[in-house]
Design a protein. Structure first.
Length: 432
């Protein structure tokens, strides 16, 4: 990896891809310091004082915006640190990531938010933004100071991997957030139904494992959407995994409710069969579902009901994953596979290349109010150069993340990040 001070840089011979404007054309981009100066389709003569980077026909797009990441710092740095997460992110083409508040201590006040922001600036890799907790200590009992945390930089509010199960508390969160026009994000899983370890059904029964029914997600989502209608709040459902969830979100949008949702590559690229011989790296929350749900998630991405794709990066160490399936921790890493697995949607004919990038860049940026995910003059020079057709295989042993718990290990993929640029600086290069 090379670190280069910002200067005047011309990226030439590139396939320019800007999902915000629909641009898909060969051309060049000129950056000066931290900002984009010119996006120039067609022939281009670079200024004499500019450094020339020849993209050799590769794609030049906005850096990815990952809206759901668990960083583990502070509190569990042995699983992931700010620096290791930043290195993994830029290797995956991610220039902005938003971290959940389930750190130790949790991000339920302004001091913890500011600590994380300061540590991220010191790492100097991908930009790190934060969610604030909805409730104090993520316990679902007392409302956190949403307004103060918003002023301190929290982009939205969530209790992370814990659902706000109490309906009255969720109503209060939505109503209070609505007064400041703040976004509330929910992990939609009714906890009293979610005591199992994998998707409920015939496979779980055959494997002798306790199941988490699809209804755990559907029931809580349906409840929340009723509360959104009551309060007028802004609501985002994280990592939806069932076809009925897609239908509920579609109906809510048709009714004019201010709702959005995302999913993760796990839920459109894998199904419950990935659990296989009790593979704990495929133990996720929500769990991998059946094939019909996987196909429904793809349909939700195709018709735009699902707004964004997030990595759902959840690093776990060997001690918490190399256990019997029932005792192993939930979660998988996803920063370094976000682009290549998402590109399968393009290679398999489901989405255009621009549509895949839209769900990874300008769509999540727009939901969170970030000035990111676009190629535009005056915008930040947060850029991704990649070859969408370069064949390879996922090798978790080579991940820069401290944790290697990927269900995609050994999976053949097409798509390789060649260069990642943050504020005009090259922070990752495949050439070293």
């Amino acid at each position: 990896m090379s670190l280069r001070s910002p200067g005047r840089v011309a990226y030439v011979n590139a396939r320019l891809l800007d999902p915000a404007s629909g641009l898909d054309q060969t051309g060049a981009l000129l950056a000066d310091g931290e900002h984009i100066v010119e996006v120039h389709p067609g022939a281009f003569t670079a200024p004499e004082d500019a450094e020339i980077i020849d993209c050799q026909g590769a794609c030049l797009a906005p850096g990815l915006v990952d809206m759901r990441v668990q960083l583990r710092e502070p509190g569990e740095e042995h699983k992931e640190s700010m620096r290791s997460a930043g290195q993994a992110a830029v290797a995956g083409g991610i220039t902005s990531m938003v971290c959940l508040p389930n750190t130790n201590p949790p991000m339920d006040d302004e001091a913890t938010l500011e600590f994380v922001a300061r540590r991220a600036r010191l790492a100097g890799l991908a930009k790190v933004y934060c969610y604030g907790a909805c409730t104090k200590g993520l316990r679902g009992e007392d409302l956190a100071e949403l307004g103060i945390m918003a002023e301190a930089g929290a982009l939205a509010f969530t209790d992370g991997v814990k659902a706000i199960a109490n309906a009255q508390m969720m109503r209060r969160v939505l109503a209070y957030a609505a007064t400041f026009d703040l976004l509330v994000m929910q992990h939609p899983e009714e906890p009293t139904l979610a005591g199992g370890v994998m998707n409920a059904g015939d496979l779980a029964t055959r494997m002798g494992l306790s199941g988490i029914p699809r209804e755990a997600e559907i029931i809580l989502l349906e409840r929340d959407l009723r509360l959104v209608a009551m309060t007028g709040g802004r609501y985002h459902a994280a990592h939806i995994s069932t076809g009925e969830s897609v239908a509920l979100i579609r109906r809510a949008k048709d009714q004019g409710l201010r709702v959005s949702c995302d999913t993760a590559p796990f839920y459109f690229a894998l199904n419950e069969l990935a659990v296989g011989d009790y593979r704990t790296f495929a133990k996720l929350s929500p769990p991998l579902r059946g094939e019909s749900d996987r196909r429904a998630i793809i349909e939700g991405l195709k018709d735009g009901v699902i707004d964004a794709i997030a990595s759902d990066h959840s690093p776990q160490d060997q001690d918490t994953k190399r256990l019997p399936f029932a005792q192993a921790a939930f979660g998988a890493v996803g920063l370094e596979t976000l682009l290549s697995i998402s590109l399968e949607l393009h290679h398999n004919g489901h989405l255009s290349l621009l549509d895949v990038l839209r769900r990874l860049t300008v769509a999540p940026a727009g939901l969170l109010g970030l000035d990111a995910g676009r190629l535009r003059p005056g915008g930040k020079a947060d850029l991704l150069v990649f070859d969408p057709y370069r064949a390879g295989k996922v090798d978790a042993t080579r991940f820069l993340s401290k944790s290697k718990n990927s269900p995609f290990d050994d999976r053949p993929v097409q798509g390789r990040v060649l260069r990642t640029v943050v504020d005009g600086r090259t922070v990752f290069s495949a050439d070293g």
